[in-house]
Design a protein around this ligand. Structure first.
Ligand code: FAD
Ligand code: MLT
Ligand code: ZN
Length: 453
């Protein structure tokens, strides 16, 4: 038996790409962390921007809510249904256009995974300018929608800096297209900029004009053990001015490293454990090893593993990138991706674990993150997935430290209730007005970013 909406969706994308069976829908209904899930009314997989627009027009006509979904690697529950929405999966939008070497740009479909974009750019002697552990699944559309950060934001900025323009379908089924790639184009409001980081609540990104960066193949990494998180921040402050080739500056703690080593069945590359670790990577056209070693020597570092060979570097990166998977294997983590000014990092680091222990006694707190960006990932194992007490406590602490409740993962549904900790009433009113203007019926990702009234 079908209804009017199903008929309209089948007319828009064809029967094969409207998934109504429980088995076929299942993988779209639960997020990567398993904390967020809900039943989809159906899953629709358009193959072009016009089909995306037709799906949105049909959903608007039938008053059906829509959850856009890319690779479903998001960490804040914004890409999975909460109950009864249509999941709009963008994975079939796989265009990988020719690289324009003069502008270092290309046009790329929303459903292209990051690793495919990277490989394509590298084959042309350039690079994507973004990297993180979810690269094989996270899509261009999802990265733009979340304004993803990752390990190289310290060098190239977040995904916002990569977007020279984009094409998107709006809730009413119209398409806006600004992919000329003109870096200077001040003709009116910047709609693409508004869609970056909007988490599927203002429009559906279908294609992006992507700015590439130089391909830097000469690389060196170093893992440095230190007595505390604040010592890690202090060391970074000392070496950063001497490292023009700095490409990544990541924080790990002993609890996190041990969890990853156990999960991988690996041994530590260091002879002794320490409370915290700084993982640095430098990248340049010519070998940056001397630059890194000189900076570490000048800062008085005596104990470090320096990896200039690619296998050794990958081994160090596996320890950092393995955190997400090791945490997931140990339970369903509460993931609080916060940003804290580096000047307040010592206070935050000192207070967060005791705070979690008070709110959720017996739980396990693992802290890691993109130190250079002040981006701390606080992961808590133990509390029930539905229990939000620990989330609220950590987000409040970040705000009290002058930070933000979301550094790179977005707000999604996980943090919508606490957006006022990071944004003023005036900003929230402006956001709601923008939402009403672009999505008057509220069909796009309801409850994500802006909590339901
Ligand atoms: P999804 O999870 O499918 O969706 C995320 C949000 O974007 C949802 O709100 C969804 O509605 C919306 N959306 C998706 N596609 C579109 C579209 N085409 N148009 C409009 N809205 C859309 N994130 C970081 O920022 N930095 C990291 O270092 C990082 N590391 C990670 C490591 C691992 C191992 C994993 C699993 C995830 C990591 N993430 C990281 C989180 C995640 O990969 C990013 O948030 C990514 O940008 C999500 O992309 P996606 O295609 O999976 O989006
Ligand atoms: C990371 O930096 O590894 C990601 O943001 C994923 C995570 O927080 O688990
Ligand atoms: Zn991260």
């Amino acid at each position: 038996m079908t209804d009017g909406l199903t008929d309209a969706l089948v007319a828009a994308v064809g029967e094969r790409d409207v998934l109504a069976d429980d088995d076929l829908r299942a993988s779209y209904e639960t997020d990567w962390t398993r904390r967020f899930h809900g039943r989809a009314r159906m899953v629709v997989r358009p193959g072009s921007a016009d089909e995306v627009a037709a799906v949105l027009a049909a959903c608007t006509a039938h008053g059906a809510a829509v959850v856009p979904q890319g690779g479903n690697t998001g960490m804040v529950g914004g890409g999975v249904p909460r109950g009864g929405e249509v999941v709009l999966s963008l994975g079939r939008l796989r265009e990988l256009g020719e690289v324009d070497r003069a502008t270092a740009q290309l046009t790329v479909g929303a459903g292209v995974p990051l690793s495919a974009l990277q490989a394509h750019a590298r084959a042309a002697g350039l690079d994507a300018g973004v990297d993180f552990g979810g690269r094989d699944s996270a899509t261009v559309g999802g990265m733009v929608a979340t304004n993803a950060g990752g390990i190289n934001a310290i060098r190239h900025g977040t995904v916002r800096a990569r977007v020279a323009g984009l094409q998107a379908a709006l809730a009413d089924g119209s398409i806006v297209d600004r992919r000329s790639g003109l870096l200077k184009d001040n003709a009116g409001y910047d709609l693409p900029a508004l869609l970056v980081g909007s988490e599927g609540t203002l429009g559906v990104v279908t294609s992006v004009r992507w700015r590439l960066v130089a391909l830097l193949t000469a690389r060196v990494a170093a893992l440095i053990p230190l007595p505390s998180i604040s010592a890690v921040a202090e060391l970074l402050a000392r070496v950063r001015p001497a490292l023009p080739s700095l490409h990544a500056a990541e924080l790990m703690t002993d609890a996190g490293l041990r969890l990853v080593l156990d999960h991988l069945g690996a041994s530590s590359p260091l002879p002794r454990s320490a409370a915290a670790y700084l993982l640095l990577e430098c990248a340049a056209l010519a070998d940056p090893t001397d630059e890194l070693v000189t900076a570490l020597d000048a800062a008085g570092v005596v104990d470090a593993v320096v990896a200039d060979e690619s296998g050794e570097r990958e081994r160090l990166w596996r320890l950092r990138e393995g955190h997400t998977e090791a945490l997931n294997a140990a339970g369903i983590p509460h993931k609080m991706d916060v940003g804290v000014p580096l000047s307040a990092l010592a206070r935050f680091a000192e207070e967060v674990a005791p705070l979690v222990e008070r709110v959720a006694p017996g739980s396990r707190t693992i802290v890691f993150g993109h130190l250079g960006d002040g981006n701390v990932h606080v992961n808590v194992l133990g509390p029930d997935p539905e229990d939000e007490a620990v989330d609220e406590a950590v987000l409040r602490l970040a705000a009290e430290c002058g930070g933000t409740i979301s550094a790179e993962h977005g707000v999604g549904v996980a943090k919508a209730r606490w957006l006022s900790l990071a944004r003023s009433p005036q900003e929230l009113a402006a956001m709601r007005a923008i939402k009403r203007a672009l999505d008057p019926d509220g069909i796009l990702n309801p409850g994500a970013v802006l909590a339901r009234d």
